[in-house]
Write a protein that binds this ligand. Sequence first.
Ligand SMILES: NC(=O)c1ccc[n+]([C@@H]2O[C@H](COP(=O)([O-])OP(=O)(O)OC[C@H]3O[C@@H](n4cnc5c(N)ncnc54)[C@H](OP(=O)(O)O)[C@@H]3O)[C@@H](O)[C@H]2O)c1
Length: 252
Amino acid sequence: MSSTRDLTTTTALVTGAGRGFGRATAIALAEAGARVVGVARDRAQLEEVRARIGDAFVPVAADAADPVVAGQLLDRYRPCTLVLNAGASPLTRPLQHQTWQTFSRNWEVDVQHVFNWTREALLLPLSPGSVVITFSSGAALAGSPLSGGYAGAKATIRFLTAYAAGESERGRLGIRLVSVLPGLTPATGLGAAGVAAYAARQGVDVATFLERRGPAITAEGVGRAVVDLATGDGHDRDAYLITPDGLAPVPA
Ligand SMILES: NC(=O)c1ccc[n+]([C@@H]2O[C@H](COP(=O)([O-])OP(=O)(O)OC[C@H]3O[C@@H](n4cnc5c(N)ncnc54)[C@H](OP(=O)(O)O)[C@@H]3O)[C@@H](O)[C@H]2O)c1
């Protein structure tokens, strides 16, 4: 992929940067030359990321689902790359063992945060040429029967991102908005809990479950895919799968 957008000396902002995909994305963006503002609630994890990246990483301990946080941080940093990755770990139980509160957790955190930040990005607006990348999930296509409302929430993030891309185009804002759909992976805490639950449901151990599924994505691979999207030419779709081989079109 030829790179046409140089991230050197630009600012990126990543929600959920304390661990998992967000941490790997922050590292990849910093290695591509960006100053990275990382948002998560766990200050110690953010400090660990700063120790890894150095002064190019600006930790902000805050609740990414809080609309005031979205408005304040976009006013302050005006990132030209905004990665909306933060997400709650769903309670991995069958439907009838969910309550409405557990079922709707990913709506309250994941969807609400994408809604708040995307809205602020359009209203500000971010500078022409900015890129907003939101985290949906492969579950948005396949469902997630042991994860409450997770799959529906992630499908809504994909829709919401496409709606916002349409508004950017109508308003000639020049902001590119795209969602990514990573596959389930044991590489993060959130993914490992899902893998364990689905393996148990199939009555197999985790190793057997993973072997049946084939290669899984890594956190570093997700970081690379986000940098490809942020810098690469020719990514004109509004959503991409993240596979072990990188970005791929979402099947029609
Ligand atoms: N892992 C997978 O298999 C998989 C597959 C498809 C999609 N995804 C999606 O990819 C994204 C990242 O997942 P992950 O696996 O990396 O999860 P993870 O390891 O649990 O990391 C989630 C990150 O989000 C942060 N976060 C959660 N709620 C937050 C809030 N209210 N405000 C600020 N930060 C918040 C967490 O930090 P604090 O708790 O410190 O706030 C943490 O840094 C999620 O949107 C997830 O749904 C994951």
